[in-house]
Design a protein around this ligand. Sequence first.
Ligand SMILES: *[C@@H]1O[C@H](CO)[C@@H](O)[C@H](O)[C@H]1NC(C)=O
Ligand SMILES: *[C@@H]1O[C@H](CO)[C@@H](O)[C@H](O)[C@H]1NC(C)=O
Ligand SMILES: *[C@@H]1O[C@H](CO)[C@@H](O)[C@H](O)[C@H]1NC(C)=O
Length: 622
Amino acid sequence: MMEMYLLSIIIASIFIIPFALKTLSPYFWVDVLYLRDLLRIFVTFLSRRRRRPFFFVLDRFLEQTAAHPDKLFIVFENESYTYTYTDKRSNKIANALQSHPGYKAGDAVALFMGNEPAFMFTWLALAKLGSPVALLNHNIRTKSLLHCFNCCNATVLIAAAELKEAVEDVLPSLIEHGVTVLLMTKHCDTPGIESFSDKVDEASDSPLPQSLRSHITFKSPAVYIYTSGTTGLPKAALINQNRLLIALAILSSNGVTASDVIYVNLPLYHTAGFMIGFIGSIETGSTIILKRKFSASQFWDDCRKNNVTVVQYIGEVMRYLCSTPKRENDKDHKVKLAIGNGVRAEIWREFLSRFGNIEVREFYASTEGNVGFVNYAGKVGAIGRVNFFHKKLFPYTLIRYDTERDEPIRDANGLCVESLKGETGLLVSKITDIAPFVGYAQNEEQTERKRLRNVLKKGDLYFNSGDLMRIDKDNFIYFQDRVGDTFRWKGENVATTEVSDILTISDCLKEANVYGVEVPGHEGRIGMAAVTVKEGSHFDGSQIYNHVVSYLPSYARPRFMRIQNAMEVTGTFKQMKMKLVEESFNPGCIQDPLHILDDHKKSYMPLTAEIYSCIISGNIKL
Ligand SMILES: *[C@@H]1O[C@H](CO)[C@@H](O)[C@H](O)[C@H]1NC(C)=O
Ligand SMILES: *[C@@H]1O[C@H](CO)[C@@H](O)[C@H](O)[C@H]1NC(C)=O
Ligand SMILES: *[C@@H]1O[C@H](CO)[C@@H](O)[C@H](O)[C@H]1NC(C)=O
């Protein structure tokens, strides 16, 4: 299958290159170089797929360890660990786990931990034991935490010591289901939670036999990464071994090598931190400078201190970096490449002029999706570029979309309509053998919602990215917006229905329509809810505040509430959102009472014109 594609690329390029040379596109050479990289990635991938016994990401790590045992792999705060140490430490974790009666090799395990070296050691240990790993977001609590834990059918939960209270909140349910709960600490008094670090320290560091992994194929689940989808609670996107093997190429295909030092400051439970930062570095054999949490004020000092050459970003990271006070040594660093997604054109320009000549590789990809782009030409503002070969391999297109009805526009034959150049459309990508859509664990309904049928031909099947894009006359692709029921805030996706489900189980609210509104000077959209109050009840700001804080992570909490007498719905009883989004949170224009979440007063307080103007002028930070 793959070989056929490869062959067709090579043949096509022989015919196309002389033609393209004649047309002299200004981007001709970058396109050719990209094609060369694509080919190289393919060849490496194919040769690995043929190896027996099977070759997985773990095997690449073992290769790197053998190749340079004493090289630093992870630097974290004042600690640093070589490849060999990492290998041995993960052996210890694996051996300790294997001798635990509550676990057998191959069982799914949930990892509940922030960014720290133990996260990586534990993941490698579980890979050695042939266990799929669910990467739980360490910000989630109570109901959401249980839901995420239950999606992946794990029998063991391994948690960081500082998350003990969050684990205790859900402990009765875990115990009821016979889950083994291990805490990364040397001593624990809570019945039902066992200390694990002490057992790891005592365990042997001898390698684990490969036979433990002999049942694994390329289709076996490797990790579950949670994404906030269009409806309901977070969904576990299944990343299989094949996909992880492809992810190895992400940094290397952008020119990163063993001599690079990568600054990983994004959460490891998300795709960017895990697949690009961690897995990508395993391929290149680089050193990772791991940061517990992104800090704009420490960013460049960390880079200088550690001779960082590659940084990862999301839109917010770039914006926060640009809004720190200017310093004389802003350009004094060794960073040559920034790789990430979501940076706005104006911030991108400011970043370059302020921090020097850094190559920005903006890309587009989703955790579960089957299409990705990278802006290899450095065109400011674009997320990628239409490339003939890429499009042949991964057929995708933009189709016209009705944002008010929240569905693709269809013609008289019931087929979708492709957008013209320059026109905004919904990105859809054909589901094929080499571009599969695996879907979500134990959630066929949500998986089906991301499938789109009868797109260009009767009976065809596409992945619905949920993202609106535009392609310009030079074939650059620009991200425009998300459709439907999610918005992004502080780098996290927020599912509006998840939030509204939580709001409507509070004591005084009857209905809630949740959406995101833009705030000047901020990336993404901040949460807002239009709500109605139960009959005989009243809007109790502090009760709602307590409810929201105990159920939702901070980025998902609605910052503004708009109290309505009745909720507007469409003919099909879908809640109207577009008008509310446009009206935003300006008390000067909205008759309904508005409230703002106030963390100092621990309540939702009336939103006055004065507070509003402070937000708009940037005097109140959200
Ligand atoms: C790192 O610093 C902490 C205090 O900040 C100290 O407790 C710890 O022992 C240090 N670790 C190493 C490896 O130096
Ligand atoms: C859940 O795990 C158990 C044992 O680990 C297995 O027997 C069962 O088939 C799994 N169920 C699903 C839905 O994956
Ligand atoms: C960074 O590079 C400088 C000069 O090349 C070198 O002296 C220094 O030891 C390096 N620092 C680290 C942490 O590698």
